[in-house]
Ligand binder design. Structure first.
Ligand code: NAD
Ligand code: DAU
Length: 390
């Protein structure tokens, strides 16, 4: 490891040939990243997916990768990032020289109900990983720890302005506070021990394999089943949406060209109010799978007329329901990503209209995946989160 504060590229680091440990690789972005590395780059190295398989982790996200590369240059290791000895053993066994750290508790609403897991996994888990890296990588110049973080660490914006890499941290939820703490630890390891780290802070992702506790997949699946589409508060909170594959490409570019010690903001430059997002989903669904032909809505209308409830549901929009707001709900996020564009040459390839169409098509074509993730624990969460909002 280089020891000092000078920002240098690791010249001995060749990500295309590396042994990469992806933590949280069975989750939404981690699984898309593994697929991206194998399918869209010249990657010839090895990927080890290290995942605890919490409710959010799902090996179905990677069945194609397992079939093609499993046991050759793709390996799955079930484990907790809080388990120091296991992490150390896996990093040693597979001669890991890059860690891409996605594993986290990621859902803001869950952090409001139960912050403890967020502190443990996001802060202590990250601490374990950088400690293992520090212990095992001392003296090496072919190593890199890339930490995946979020725009939420910067807090909440008013109607104008953007988050820059230099914006002061101001996290407002237990989730974003735990991510902020982990960012600080990772950065401290660069300055104190010379651990070659990079950090990226990304805006809201959407795309295939997104767990349906999050707004976009939740609304798609609820609409198809004729369930209410819950919009928190006045629906005017703004998020900056990025198609997940564009995020994966940005991470790949940071591994290849990013400078140790640097932070890169990644964003969609696509600000939308939540209510606009929900309406756009309804419009796309109306084209792909019209409400009037949807058996779930027809059954619902029949039941409403039997119960003498007026107003037949004509379209998916009629399912939109404003519900009690999220406590401490950040009003607006907007990322300025000029740095990664200018310094590494990254840009978004997907616009929201096409990305959303592809995402909805993916959910329509993957009924088995949907059935699997919505069984068991998921149903309990939906009841817990939405029952108190109605
Ligand atoms: P996710 O919840 O879909 O997946 C998290 C994965 O981590 C799951 O596979 C889970 O099993 C695993 N995991 C959780 N705790 C673990 C532990 N203790 N040990 C090992 N594995 C564990 O999350 P995601 O949406 O894919 O987010 C991935 C990362 O990207 C997170 O760090 C998140 O903070 C960050 N991020 C997400 C978004 C977004 O819009 N989803 C945007 C910016 C940044
Ligand atoms: O900004 C990046 C962050 O984006 C990531 O760090 C998080 O891991 C990820 O979960 C996401 O956080 P959000 O809280 O922005 O995502 P979520 O999909 O939960 O909510 C998006 C917006 O929609 C938010 O303003 C809350 C609102 N919402 C959400 C749900 C689940 C609703 O109005 N209704 C809902 O039912």
């Amino acid at each position: 490891m280089n020891n000092g504060n000078s920002n240098t590229a690791n010249e001995d680091l060749v990500p295309g040939l590396a042994n990469i440990l992806v933590t949280g690789g069975a989750g939404f972005i981690g699984s898309n990243f593994i697929r991206y590395a194998f399918a869209k780059t010249d990657f010839k190295g090895t990927i080890v997916n290290y995942d605890k398989l919490t409710y959010a982790g799902n090996l179905l996200n990677l069945t194609d990768i397992e079939e093609k590369f499993g046991g050759k240059n793709y390996f799955f290791e079930r484990g907790d990032i809080l388990d120091y000895e296991k992490v150390k053993q896996v990093v040693t066994k597979f001669k890991i020289n890059i860690i891409v750290h996605f594993a986290a508790e990621s859902h803001v609403d869950r952090s409001i109900f139960g912050p403890k897991d967020f502190v443990e996994t996001n802060i202590n888990g990250t601490f374990n990983l950088i400690e293992v890296s520090r212990q095992l990588w001392t003296g090496r110049s072919d190593v890199r720890f890339h930490h995946i973080s979020t725009d939420e660490v910067y807090g909440s914006l008013g109607d104008t302005g953007f988050f820059y890499e230099t914006t002061s941290y101001d996290p407002r939820s237990p989730y974003s506070a735990s991510k902020a703490a982990s960012d600080h630890l990772v950065r401290a390891y660069y300055h104190t021990y010379g651990l070659p780290v990079t950090i990226s802070n990304c805006s809201n992702n959407y795309g295939p394999c997104h767990f349906p506790e999050k707004l976009i997949p939740l609304v798609i699946l609820n609409a198809l089943e004729g369930k209410p589409l819950p919009v928190y508060g006045d629906g005017k909170n703004v998020r900056d949406w990025l198609y997940v594959e564009d995020h994966c490409e940005a991470i790949w570019m940071i591994l290849n060209k990013g400078i140790a010690g640097e932070t890169y903001n990644i964003g969609g430059e696509c600000e939308k109010k939540n209510i606009e997002v929900v309406r756009e989903i309804c419009s796309v669904l109306e084209r792909l799978c019209p409400a009037k032909d949807n058996p779930a809505l027809r059954t619902l209308n029949a039941a409403r007329s039997r119960m003498d409830q007026s107003g037949e549901l004509q379209s998916y929009q009629d399912l939109i329901t404003f519900v009690t707001d999220r406590p401490g709900h950040d009003r607006r996020y907007a990322i300025n990503c000029d740095k990664i564009k200018n310094e590494l040459g990254w840009t978004q390839r997907h616009d929201f209209e096409n990305g959303l169409k592809d995402t909805i098509a993916w959910y329509l074509n993957n009924a088995d995946w949907v059935k699997n993730v919505r069984s068991g624990e998921y149903a309990k969460w939906i009841e817990k989160n939405y029952i108190r909002r109605s």
